[in-house]
Write a protein that binds this ligand. Sequence first.
Ligand SMILES: [Zn+2]
Length: 277
Amino acid sequence: MPELPEVEHVVRALRLAIVGRRIVATEVRLAKLIAPTSPSAFNRKIRGSTITGVFRRGKFILIELDSDRVLVVHLRMTGKFLYLSTDDALPKHAHAIFYLDNDRRLVFRDQRKFGVMKLVARSRLSKTKGIRQLAPEPWSEDFSPVYLKATLAQSRRTLKTLLLDQTKVLGLGNIYAAEALFRAGINPFKIAAELSTKRIARLHAAILDVLRDAITDSSTSRINLEHANGFSYGEAFERFWQVYERAGEPCFKCGARIRRVTHGGRSTYWCPRCQRR
Ligand SMILES: [Zn+2]
């Protein structure tokens, strides 16, 4: 599943490829991708529009059109965009095809079929379900140490659980929650409300650092929209993981063995020495 840094990379790659292009026609082959809109209504609303920008809110990709509509896309587990020429064969699981005015096709491919697409009026965007509830963007002024402190103070959940809640703290999935807590030297099972102000400041800095590193890491340039199998989510960042998927291996800081506990299908990784309770 792509985490926020990877979605940001997809956004940047899309921006380079499709901004300024006009959508000549669309072909949706999986009705549930755009439900309750029908493929014909979707095509009617979108064809002839020019793409004016590509942005991100949380893990939602926002493709802005000159019609004052925004195509909101969530990749979920396996959704991917491909930017193909007319010569390229259409890959398997191609559920939506956008024919562009330069004879290219923007293809949405999704093996597991959990991805969603929705056309919304620009003025309604911030009220759209899923987007409305999101916590502030990590680099916005609203996501301050003061905000984080107030948010943690209200919760008796463990940090690990709370950090994954995108309505409280935005941007961390299972990988980056583990990495941020490691960098901050904080135990994942600590109760959110019990974290000291000093440690909250450290956690706040670690969250921004870990996301910034993941976004700027050069290995992420593997995201190439022109190759169907040119990248897979997660893979691009492995090199940079310090605790995630390193159970039993020595901690890079202290040499202790990284621990893992699996709960509800999700694994938590931490260093028992650097991240004491
Ligand atoms: Zn350690």
